[in-house]
Ligand binder design. Structure first.
Ligand code: SAM
Ligand code: SF4
Length: 498
C-alpha cells in the first residue's frame, strides 16, 4: 500500500514526546556530563601499577567500578598490566557466567527508514538499497530455516524506523515468530526468545512491546559525544534528537521492560570517551531503576553501501584498542552480558570470547529474507553492511567446544520471570549459575541431537561430560532431577528447563 509523503511527515511529527525527555533531565542537562568525562580521562592518564592492581582486586569482588577507576584501566598500556587485566577479566567472566556462551541470529525484518544516519546503508537517501518488509509468510519461511534447519532458539530482530515497519508491525511480526514450530530430527525447533533492536520508542509503544513478550530491548546510542552525534544524525530527523534516544531505556523501565541492552558504534569519536559513556549510562540506569543493562554491544563501524565517513577515520578503532574496550567494559560492569557480532572476523571473535564476551551470532545473514534465500553470498544492495565472519552455527559451536565452552540455548530467564532486578540479584548471589548450568546442558544436548554434525557432536563430548560431572558434584540436590530431564531430552522431549 502506498504511503504519501504527507502521511510520512505527519507520522514523523508525532514520534517524539518532549515530556518523555524533560521528565528525566536535571536542570535541562542529561547524564552524559562531557566535561566531567574529559576531565576524568585527562587526570587518570599514565596510571601507576599499584593503582591498577588495586582496581583489579576490586574487580575480582565483582563490583561496578567508578568512572575514575574505569578511566585508569582505559589508560593502561604496559604489556604486563594488560596481561593482568586480561586474566582478571576472564576470572570475572567465569565467576558470573562460567564457561557459557550464548548464540543468536539477527533477523532483519524491515529496512524502510525515515532517518538518514550517515553511516547506515538503510538511510533514507540511499536510493540504491532494496527496501522490503517481510510479510507473514516470509517471516515463517525465515523461521523454518533458523529454528528448523540451523537450530537457533534466540533471535535479535532488527527494524528501521518507518510507518511500514512501525510498532504494530513489530508486535505482529514477533507474534508470528513465536508461533512457528518446526519438526526436527528428534523433536521440534522454535524460537524461544526474541530480542529487539529497534528505534527509540515512546512509553506507550514500549508497553505494547512488553506485552508481546520480548527478550532484551536493544538500542545503541551510537556515539555518546553530543557534537559528533549531531554531525552524523541530521537534525530534522527523529534519530537526530540525541536525548530522545538517550532516555529510551528510561522509558522502557517505566513501561515495565526491565531487560535492556545498550551500545555504542565505535569509530565516530575517541573510544575512551565512548567506554565512559557506556559506563555513565549503565550507572545512571542502576541509580534510577536499580538495574543495569542486561547487555552491552560495542560494534565497530563497517563500510556500507553509499556511505562515506572519511572524516572520522582518525577514530577508527584498531584491533588492539578493541580488546582494551572489551577488557574495560568487562571489568567495570561485571554483570553485563557482552555481545560481539559477525561484523568481526573469526580471529577477533575468538580473542574477544577469551576475554569476557558472552554472546555472539552465527550462521548470520543480514540481507532481508537472506536465510530462506540461502544464496551463500553477501548482497550489498540488501545488507546494512558487510560481514566479517559467515561461519555456520555448527562450525562456531564446534570451535567453542574445543575451547572448553558450552553453548547455552537456555531461554528460561524471561519465561520464568528471572529478568531485571531479580536476575541481577541472582547473578550477584551466584544462584543464577545453578539454573544456568542445568539449563545450558539440557539445551545444548537438545541442539546436538537435532542439528549438530558428527564432527561437532564428537567435539562436544568432553564438554558435556565435564558439565555433568560438575552438576553432580556441586549441585547434588538437583542432580536426580537433572538426570530425569536429560533422559527426557534423549527421548525427544523438547523445551524443558528449571
Ligand atoms: N533503526 C534502529 C536504530 O537505528 O536503532 C535499529 C536498527 S539499526 C539497523 C541497528 C544498529 O546497526 C544501529 O544501532 C547501529 O549501531 C548499527 N549500524 C548501522 N550502520 C552500521 C555500520 N555501517 N556498521 C556497523 N554497524 C552499523
Ligand atoms: Fe535507520 Fe537505524 Fe539505519 Fe539509522 S541506523 S538509517 S535509524 S536503520
Amino acid at each position: 500500500m502506498a504511503i504519501s509523503t504527507e502521511q510520512i511527515d505527519s507520522w514523523i511529527a508525532g514520534r517524539i514526546k518532549e515530556d518523555e525527555i524533560t521528565k528525566y533531565t536535571r536542570d535541562g542537562k542529561d547524564f552524559i556530563r562531557e566535561e566531567e568525562i574529559e576531565q576524568k580521562l585527562e587526570s587518570n592518564q599514565n596510571p601507576d601499577s599499584k593503582k591498577v592492581k588495586d582496581i583489579l582486586d576490586k574487580s575480582l569482588s565483582v563490583e561496578n567500578l567508578t568512572p575514575d577507576e574505569a578511566a585508569v584501566l582505559i589508560h593502561v598500556t604496559d604489556p604486563q598490566l594488560l596481561e593482568l587485566m586480561k586474566e582478571t577479566a576472564l576470572k570475572v567472566k567465569k565467576k558470573v557466567y562460567d564457561n557459557r556462551i550464548v548464540t543468536f541470529a539477527p533477523l532483519y525484518m524491515g529496512n524502510y527508514c525515515v532517518n538518514n544516519c550517515a553511516y547506515c546503508g538503510f538511510k533514507s537517501e540511499n536510493a540504491d538499497v532494496k527496501r522490503k518488509v517481510l510479510s507473514k509468510q516470509e517471516i515463517i519461511k525465515e523461521i523454518e530455516v533458523l529454528a528448523g534447519k540451523i537450530g537457533h532458539k534466540r533471535l535479535v530482530v532488527v527494524y528501521g524506523e518507518h510507518p511500514r515497519n512501525d510498532i504494530d508491525y513489530i508486535i505482529s511480526s514477533i507474534k508470528t515468530i513465536y508461533d512457528v514450530k518446526v519438526k526436527t530430527k528428534h523433536g521440534f525447533g522454535s524460537i524461544r526468545r526474541v530480542n529487539v533492536n529497534a528505534p527509540a520508542f515512546s512509553i506507550n509503544d514500549l508497553r505494547k512491546l512488553r506485552e508481546v513478550g520480548l527478550g532484551t530491548y536493544q538500542v545503541f546510542q551510537e556515539t555518546y559525544h553530543h557534537k559528533t552525534y549531531a554531525c552524523i544524525h541530521p537534525e530534522q530527523t527523529i534519530k537526530g534528537n540525541y536525548r530522545w534516544r538517550l532516555y529510551c531505556m528510561h522509558r522502557a523501565f517505566e513501561a515495565g521492560i526491565d531487560d535492556v541492552g545498550i551500545g555504542a558504534l565505535f569509530g565516530f569519536y575517541d573510544w575512551k570517551f565512548e567506554v565512559m559513556g557506556l559506563l555513565y549510562h549503565a550507572l545512571e540506569l542502576e541509580k534510577r531503576f536499580g538495574i543495569g543493562p542486561h547487555t552491552i554491544s560495542f560494534p565497530r563501524l563497517e563500510p556500507a553501501l553509499n556511505t562515506s565517513l572519511n572524516g572520522f577515520s582518525r577514530y577508527r578503532v584498531s584491533d588492539k584498542d578493541f580488546m582494551k574496550i572489551i577488557l574495560a567494559v568487562r571489568l567495570a560492569i561485571p554483570f553485563t552480558g557482552m555481545i560481539i557480532t559477525a561484523r568481526e572476523s573469526a580471529q577477533i571473535r575468538r580473542e574477544a570470547i577469551s576475554m569476557g564476551v558472552t554472546q555472539t551470532d552465527a550462521s548470520t545473514k543480514i540481507g532481508i529474507g537472506g536465510y530462506s534465500e540461502n544464496s551463500g553470498r553477501q548482497d550489498k544492495q540488501k545488507q546494512q553492511f558487510i560481514l566479517g565472519d559467515t561461519r555456520s552455527l555448527d562450525e562456531v559451536i564446534r570451535e567453542f567446544a574445543r575451547m572448553g565452552c558450552i553453548t547455552s540455548f537456555c531461554t528460561a530467564g524471561y519465561r520464568c520471570g528471572r529478568t531485571g532486578k531479580r536476575i541481577m540479584d541472582l547473578l550477584r548471589s551466584g544462584e543464577e549459575g545453578k539454573f544456568c548450568k542445568f539449563n545450558a546442558v539440557l539445551t545444548f544436548k537438545e541442539w546436538l541431537d537435532d542439528f549438530a554434525s558428527k564432527e561437532t557432536r564428537i567435539a562436544a563430548v568432553p564438554v558435556l561430560e565435564k558439565e555433568i560431572k560438575e552438576i553432580k558434584e556441586t549441585l547434588p540436590e538437583v542432580f536426580p532431577r537433572f538426570k530425569e530431564y536429560y533422559a527426557r531430552i534423549e527421548n525427544g522431549e523438547r523445551d524443558i528447563y528449571i
